[in-house]
Design a binder for this molecule. Structure first.
Ligand SMILES: NC(=O)c1ccc[n+]([C@@H]2O[C@H](COP(=O)([O-])OP(=O)(O)OC[C@H]3O[C@@H](n4cnc5c(N)ncnc54)[C@H](OP(=O)(O)O)[C@@H]3O)[C@@H](O)[C@H]2O)c1
Length: 265
């Protein structure tokens, strides 16, 4: 590739969990801005649908089918990305699962699965994909964690713990990697209308839509803030919790048996 071809080629962005929901919205958002999107998820049918949608709007997309629930498959994905696409400057680690289970009913197998997809897979992908960024002294990474990682959310203890681990990893890695001109931040959505929150449809709290989260990812890339919480409501609640945790704990505890699906079972 000549220097001028390199200059003209679009920026590449990897998005995990891009087959639906928030990941799909992020893929459409960045493809509309001229990025070459590389999509991953387990369901080829949905990946092909998102790719077709992007191509029909004049964008560029490719996909890799992968399951991020084991360490081996996360490493295989990283190898395949490097082999097929070379250096990728922008990465959004979005794939995640929630078993929506209260702590007493949670099984060790589900706890492990949540931890693997939500924390171990992003950690391994970071480890494998950072080498090239460090060499080139450039790169921007955003993880999609959750406001549940910093606020109590009854009915989702193990999910919240996996997201708290992800937030903590990003905050520290971001400081360590600054000297290589690499940014790692995390977007912490509150309730967002996707397949993951189907059980919460009747919930009275305000929901974001996936497009708003895509804008927050762009904001993270532009501002390089370590943490971004989308939505005014979520920002207000997390600020109240930071300074007055006890009243909010009492309120959430009192309402959880009425409002939260896992607690109603
Ligand atoms: N929705 C919310 O209220 C909310 C709030 C805070 C944070 N989040 C976070 O936002 C991210 C996206 O969630 P969403 O709401 O868009 O949920 P979603 O609609 O269920 O989408 C999840 C995405 O992750 C992929 N995925 C799931 N398990 C996977 C696995 N084992 N290996 C590889 N890919 C896998 C799914 O594709 P396949 O099933 O095809 O693999 C899908 O593309 C998650 O990290 C979630 O925790 C969501």
């Amino acid at each position: 590739m000549t220097e001028s071809q390199k200059k003209d080629s679009p920026k590449k962005i990897l998005i995990t969990g891009a087959s639906r929901g928030i990941g799909e919205a992020i893929a459409l958002h960045f493809s509309s801005q001229g990025y070459h999107t590389i999509l991953t998820a387990r369901t080829e049918f949905d990946l092909a649908r998102v790719k077709k949608d992007i191509l029909s709007r004049g964008g560029q997309a490719d996909y890799i089918v992968c399951d991020l629930s084991t360490e081996e498959s996360a490493r295989t994905l990283a190898e395949k990305i490097k082999k097929d696409f070379g250096f990728i400057e922008y990465i959004v680690l979005n794939a995640g699962i929630s078993t929506n289970s209260d702590f007493l009913s949670q099984t060790p197998a589900n706890f492990q699965k949540e931890l693997n997809v939500n924390y171990i897979a992003p950690l391994l992908l970071l480890k494998e994909l950072l080498d090239e960024m460090v060499k080139k002294k450039k790169g921007k990474i955003v993880t999609i964690s959750s406001i549940a990682g910093i606020l109590p959310f009854p009915g989702n203890a193990s999910y919240a713990a996996s997201k708290a681990a992800l937030i903590s990893l990003c905050m520290t890695a971001n400081l360590e990697l600054k000297k290589y001109n690499i940014y790692i931040g995390s977007v912490l959505p509150g309730l967002t209308r996707t397949a993951m929150t189907k059980e919460y449809e009747s919930f009275i709290l305000p929901f974001s839509n996936p497009d708003e989260i895509a804008f927050s990812v762009e904001e993270a890339f532009n501002t390089e803030k370590p943490i971004i919480i989308p939505g005014i409501f979520n920002n207000v609640v997390s600020s109240i919790y930071r300074y007055f945790p006890e009243p909010l704990n009492l309120l959430v505890g009192a309402l959880s048996n009425v409002l939260i699906p896992a607690n109603k079972k």
